[in-house]
Design a protein around this ligand. Structure first.
Ligand code: UDP
Length: 328
């Protein structure tokens, strides 16, 4: 980050009781900003709201409509439904919960003249990539409803930003991992690899299933780009600073390095000292073999450089967090 003085901003963080939102709210508060967290606690946790944030429990769009007039400088919009499998079996929940809610939020921003927006988009907007690493110019062909709803919101943001002068940034996350002290990943329905592997180490799960060992990769398991949640959060602060009126910019956020499922399991074994039994299972439908980001644009335009790229370090932070949640 540059060392230019930071102006205190009054910010609304939707989904600030969730994983990425809570870490981002903490980093914003530590940077001196005035943060209001809005969360309906459908998947977030009240005790994940930073103690120095103002907390409003409720629907993001409804609360934005009511409160954005109180002099907010901007919105960071994390609140979303984010289970890929569920998005395929209950699409209405995703079109309503993600697209309609975001549309209402954009309308509230328009009505109250709120000029800055940072949105949590996703690598799932690209679908099965044609080449690797994936730049922002890659075709957007989502293979699941979750990715389709996030892409639809990206398009809506482009329109609102042009029409109403909103300075908007969409950040397309690759595989977010790690933790920040007491803020970490604790989904009631957990589908992500690292927390699931760590559940084996805590004894909450018998073994980890490896979804496919016949991918065209060096060890046959799928490769992903794991980005530390603190590096990811810091990109939001830079995005706020660099957003330009009437423009909607899109950035991929990943470390640019891929790790296979087996490499992740090995890192978890090293960190936890647990043998972590694993069993090969069929591929999970819709899982591409390799997803790695090109984050060159975020480097060039935001000055963003991920600093916590060591896989063992990422896993160690997740493990410390997981252990701290045991017996809570
Ligand atoms: N994965 C796995 N076993 C699990 C969960 C995930 O082998 O129990 C694999 C999954 O198929 C993918 C990688 O781990 O190749 C990362 O999956 P995750 O759900 O964490 O993130 P995604 O890449 O799907 O967003």
């Amino acid at each position: 980050m540059t060392d230019e003085p930071t102006k205190t901003l009054k910010l609304m963080v939707t989904g600030g009781a969730g994983y990425v939102g809570s870490v981002c709210a903490a980093r914003l508060i530590e940077a001196g900003h005035d943060v209001t967290v809005v969360d309906d606690l459908s998947t977030g946790h009240a005790d994940a709201v930073h103690p120095d944030a103002t907390f409003v429990e409720g629907d993001a769009a409804e609360v934005a409509g009511r409160l954005l007039g109180d002099g907010f400088d901007g919105v960071l919009h994390f609140a979303a439904k984010s289970l890929v499998g569920e998005s395929m079996t209950d699409p209405a929940k995703y079109w309503e919960g993600n697209v309609l809610t975001s549309l209402r939020l954009l309308e509230a921003m328009r009505d109250h003249g709120t000029k800055r927006l940072v949105f949590s988009s996703t690598a799932a907007t690209y679908g099965e990539p044609e080449s690797s690493p994936i730049p922002e110019t890659a075709p957007t062909q989502p293979t699941n409803t979750y990715g389709a709803t996030k892409l639809a919101i990206d398009h809506a943001i482009t329109s609102f930003s042009r029409a109403h002068g909103i300075a908007a940034v969409s950040l397309r996350y690759f595989n977010v991992a790690g933790a920040y002290g007491s803020f970490g990943e604790r989904h009631t329905t957990e589908t992500h690899l690292i927390p699931l592997v760590l559940q084996v180490a805590t004894g909450d799960r018998e073994r980890i299933q490896i979804f496919g060992d016949d991918y065209p990769t060096s060890d046959g398991t799928a490769i992903r780009d794991y980005i530390h949640v603190v590096d990811l959060a810091d990109a939001h602060l830079l995005a706020l600073r660099h957003a330009a009126d009437g423009e909607h910019r899109i950035y991929n956020l990943g470390s640019g390095t891929g790790f296979s499922v087996l490499e992740v399991i090995e890192a978890c074994r090293r960190t936890t000292g647990h043998e972590i039994p694993a069993a090969v299972a069929p591929r999970r439908a819709g899982d591409p073999s390799v997803l790695v980001a090109s984050s060159e644009r975020a480097g060039d335009e935001l000055g963003w450089k991920p600093e916590r790229t060591d896989l063992d370090g990422i896993v160690a932070d997740a493990w410390t967090f997981t252990q701290s949640r045991q017996n809570v």
